[in-house]
Design a protein. Structure first.
Length: 241
């Protein structure tokens, strides 16, 4: 693999994707821990990655004591809500493995508003990574999904959040009918060492075709272009565009 290049890999079934990502997780985490003493990963919600989290929860011998888990995005809901990404991670992964509670970094959804939660999570990132102003954290790995409409994280087509270049975390205000969200921004995502999209199902076929052809740069997922890291789209055959 060449850093800075995009790769599209097709697997026979989702279980094969999980095996592949498990191997990469082990290699990336081992390298990160050897270099700086910890492995920092940002994980996404959605349906597709649930299978991987459940798979990873059964893998023995991973260095959970040196692994730090952050969230790519979150809804402004209680951790006990079925719509909480943190709650989903707790049920499928973090609650099933011996990771110290202090190593899991949820978005502070107990704040009064999404802007307040975003500001607090940004401060948490800056403190953890020891960042001066104007510097992005360098996650070792970010796992993303892609919606049928081309959104990724909580970055939707045409949204103001896509234009953000200074903030690390921003609120996404969706109106009274939907839960407001908090998301990492494109500069943070694009500063990661490794970015893997997990894509499954025939309903993703159209958007994957668009992404591979590269003609529609308005799709948020198409704006994920790492500065120096590795970007991989990992698809099952049904999702192949």
């Amino acid at each position: 693999m060449n850093p800075g290049k995009t790769e599209y890999l097709v697997f026979e079934k989702t279980g094969d994707i999980w095996q592949f990502v498990e191997k990469k997780w082990k290699a990336i985490s081992s390298s990160a821990i050897e270099k700086k003493g910890y492995f920092a990963v940002a994980l996404s919600g959605g349906k597709t990655p649930i299978g991987f989290y459940e798979h990873l929860s059964m893998v023995r011998g991973l260095p959970w004591d040196k692994t730090h888990i952050f969230l790519v995005d979150e809804r402004l809901v209680s951790p006990n809500s079925p719509e909480s990404n943190y709650g989903m991670l707790r049920r499928t992964l973090t609650g099933m493995v011996p990771i110290p509670a202090a190593n899991v970094h949820p978005v502070p959804t107990g704040e009064a508003s999404a802007p307040a939660a975003a500001e607090k999570y940004e401060k948490k990132l800056k403190f953890f990574f020891g960042l001066p102003e104007g510097v992005c954290p360098a996650f070792d790995l970010i796992l993303l999904g892609v919606g049928e409409d081309g959104h990724t994280a909580s970055l939707f087509a045409g949204a103001e959040a896509l234009k953000e270049r200074e903030r690390l975390v921003v609120p996404v205000l969706l109106g009274a009918a939907l839960h407001d969200r908090i998301t990492l921004t494109l500069p943070v995502i694009n500063h990661a060492q490794n970015i893997f999209f997990l894509v499954s199902g025939k309903r993703k076929k159209v958007v994957m075709r668009k992404l591979r052809q590269g003609h529609d740069k308005t799709l948020p997922a198409a704006m994920v272009e790492p500065e120096r890291g590795t970007l991989m789209f990992l698809m099952d055959r049904e999702a192949r565009g």
